[in-house]
Design a protein. Structure first.
Length: 364
């Protein structure tokens, strides 16, 4: 196997796949990238058995072949090389000779027969979505997914294809983010799936914002086809909780506030909160929101933000990070905070079909 490839193309390709490797202690070949050189293409694939990712680069193939090399070592070697061509030759014993400018490397590989086979591209359900739409939807909900390994179903994002809409939901039991977007698909393609958070993060990293992405769903896996990247992922095969019952049917108070002013005030006040045990207090009064925080042995902070509100004073406490997360994901200049009182959930909304439900902390 022998090929020549432009350094920048090779580095970008390896950068696209190098995050999907298994932890040390697993099968050694899962630390490697599968290299397939044929025609004028080099295909690069990595997997951790839950997620697989493949990318394709142009190259000049002198001798076609297939092998695997340690992806981190390979990336670190060629990324430090001078710009120009990278020449790689892999012999029958899976030893790679790499020439990168003035540098030369030798890497020991493993035979491609040890590399796991990728899933087949059989599409039971298929959809086409603009890359920018998919990326923005994921960005608006992914942060709310659970990080708790004991809550496996919640460690991902619900993708619900129903009634010509894609609805995405993520929750950790203390907050819930939901966003919707209209897309076209036949009624026979209505489907609910739960995409693991690791796959969500990899997909967000790979989406360029230009062009479309093809989504193909089988019984227990999903495939995303981008321009020159293909991502396969296992699905979380559990029924997602009924999230609708978490969303308040009605709220009596609606407060309008500048998103950036609120975010900045909470960031300043949260300086006095050192961990999740601490909190911020929001005091809504006539035309004014007061943001306060205090921690024993540390200090206290207070800030004020103008709001559109003329109701009775409401005091409510939240984890500051849980308030800031959606404010960073929303692009609107103005948002609304919908409340009943200081003890019931708050709902943040904006101009698009998005909402964020947040449970308050108990006021001591």
């Amino acid at each position: 196997m022998k090929f020549k490839i432009i350094r920048s193309n090779f580095v970008e390709g390896l950068k696209s796949v190098q995050n999907i490797v298994a932890s040390k202690g697993s099968l050694p070949v899962l630390q490697n990238v599968l290299l397939e050189a044929k025609g004028k293409e080099l295909k690069m694939t990595t997997t951790d058995l839950d997620i697989s990712i493949k990318t394709i680069c142009e190259c000049e193939v002198t001798e076609q072949g297939v092998s695997t090399l340690p992806v981190k070592l390979l990336f670190n070697s060629v990324s430090r090389a001078e710009e120009g061509d990278i020449e790689i030759e892999i012999d029958a014993k899976e030893y790679a000779s790499i020439r990168a400018g003035s540098a030369k490397y030798k890497l020991a590989g493993l035979p491609e027969s040890e590399f796991p086979r990728l899933p087949q591209d059989e599409d039971t359900y298929s959809y086409t979505i603009a890359q920018q739409t998919l990326r923005e939807m994921l960005r608006k909900v992914a942060y709310a997914a659970s990080q708790d390994d004991t809550r496996r179903t919640l460690k991902g994002v619900l993708m619900s294809f129903k009634e010509q809409k894609l609805t995405m939901v993520a929750t950790d039991g203390r907050r819930l983010a939901l966003v919707e977007n209209e897309i076209e698909f036949p009624k026979s393609a209505e489907k609910d799936i739960v995409l693991p958070s690791k796959a969500v993060n990899e997909l967000m990293r790979s989406l360029s914002g230009e062009g479309e992405v093809s989504v193909m769903i089988q019984q227990s896996q999903i495939c995303f086809k981008l321009d020159n990247i293909i991502i396969y992922s296992k699905l979380i095969n559990d029924t997602y909780p009924n999230y609708q019952q978490v969303i308040p049917n009605e709220t009596h108070e609606v407060i309008s506030v500048d998103r950036q002013l609120l975010l900045s005030a909470i960031e300043r006040a949260s300086v006095m909160t050192m961990d999740e045990a601490h909190s911020i207090k929001l005091i809504f009064s006539n035309g004014k929101l007061t943001v306060t925080s205090a921690a024993s042995d540390i200090g206290e902070a207070k800030d004020e933000v103008p709001i559109k509100y003329a109701g009775e004073t409401i005091e409510i406490m939240f984890n500051p990070s849980y308030v800031m997360d959606p404010l960073k994901a929303i692009d609107d200049d103005e948002i609304t905070i919908n409340l009943n009182n200081g003890h019931s959930p708050a709902v943040i909304k904006c101009s698009i079909p998005f909402l964020y439900v947040l449970m308050p902390l108990r006021i001591s």
